[in-house]
Design a protein around this ligand. Structure first.
Ligand SMILES: O=P(O)(O)O[C@H]1O[C@H](CO)[C@@H](O)[C@H]1O
Length: 360
């Protein structure tokens, strides 16, 4: 039986066995891992943070590794089992927070009740994020009444990880039992009708990285995840997009909510003016450096996908302009919009869950 270690609001424990999260009294964690969860207690059950060491009680089958050109089904299965052994809730909805939307305080993951979070460095084989604004925790908890798992920080190609590794957590979600993915991102707005702070529900994407011969599904295909040649033309689920538009109406934010096409670029350099003009000519409404690899991976393994962009900056199209995009304004806008986005996601999650339960 494995030993499970958790901390709560500054209190650490190494009690608890076989997946039962335990709480203990006492001060300090002494493990070098932040256990404050934003410094907040948001319900009667204080947030728990896993403080274990990733490989201690973890026994993947001997041939598995993340060093090759893919990760095996068995490895993903053992990572999923590692998590399932340590949390009691069984989420059907997975959320990925974009830049600036996963900050240390007041963020979506903070709103989860009865939460248990796993710093990425404590999860076997998980990559660790290197980008400011991406905190690096997998949080299980309830958003409203709905059980969810939430990636507080994602992985980008420009960090040096291959796309399949960036998207590996989505497969972990699948094997944890997730049926619906809700991904958010920060993006530059190309569409003239978009303003900074607007929301764009993604209806389709242009996978520029894919055009260049790079796709998260490259490498050996395991049919247990999905087919070798998956269809992606209906990747962004129409019924969930309708629900999102309904949520925007209910919240009175129709005027700042759009539906459009997202294009992924490799980054980390922002786009040139010629590149932005090219993307605009191709019908792209917003541009970013993420999400597409996650949605492709999700669709491949049969997860219903929804994604939206927060327009954090207007793409520069004019050679006379002295404006330059920068990551700080991206994060600032994410923080500014946090309350609206939190409400938007909470309401949408509620609708998805109600729909899921009624169509069972
Ligand atoms: O897509 P997310 O992770 O929200 O982040 C966006 O913000 C960063 C650029 O400021 C890039 O990583 C871009 O993709």
């Amino acid at each position: 039986m494995s030993t499970v270690r958790f901390a709560t609001n500054g209190n650490a424990t190494n009690g608890g066995t076989n997946g039962v999260a335990k709480e203990a009294k006492g001060n300090g964690n002494g493990n070098g891992i932040d256990i404050t969860n934003g410094g907040k207690l948001n319900n009667a059950n204080p947030p728990k943070v896993y403080i274990g060491s990733p490989h201690k009680d973890f026994n993947p089958s001997s041939n598995d590794s993340l060093d090759g050109n893919h990760c095996t089904y068995e490895l993903v299965q053992s990572v999923a089992q590692f998590l399932l052994d340590r949390v009691s809730i069984r989420p059907k909805i997975g959320i990925i927070c974009g830049s600036g939307m996963d900050g240390t305080t007041g963020c979506l993951a903070d709103a989860l009740t009865n939460s248990t979070s796993f710093p990425y460095e404590t999860i076997p084989y998980f990559p660790t994020p290197t980008v400011p604004g991406h905190m690096g925790r997998l949080v299980f908890g309830y958003l409203g009444d709905v059980p969810v798992m939430c990636m507080q920080g994602r992985f980008h190609y420009y960090e040096g990880y291959p796309l399949w590794k960036c998207a590996m957590p989505v497969r972990v979600m699948k094997l944890v039992g997730v049926t619906h993915l809700l991904a958010s991102n920060a993006a530059g707005g190309l569409n003239d009708n978009y303003n900074v702070g607007d929301i764009m529900i993604i209806k389709d994407h242009i996978n520029l990285l894919g055009f260049a011969g790079n796709n998260p599904l490259m490498g050996p295909n395991d049919e247990r995840f999905g087919p070798r040649f998956p269809a992606i033309n209906r990747a962004y689920d129409a019924p969930v997009r309708r629900m999102a538009k309904q949520v925007a109406s209910e919240m009175g934010i129709n005027d700042i909510t759009h539906e459009g096409v997202y294009s992924v670029v490799g980054g980390p350099s922002f786009e040139t003016i010629a590149e932005i003009r090219m993307l605009a000519a191709l019908g792209v409404d917003a541009v970013g450096m993420s999400t597409v690899h996650e949605v492709i991976t999700a669709r491949h393994c049969g997860i219903t996908s929804f994604a939206f962009s927060l327009i954090t900056n207007k793409s520069v199209t004019d050679y006379e302009s002295y404006e330059e995009p920068n990551h700080e304004e991206v994060i600032d806008m994410g923080k500014q919009r946090e309350p609206v986005l939190k409400e938007f996601i909470t309401r949408l999650v509620k609708k998805i869950e109600a729909d899921r339960l009624s169509s069972k």
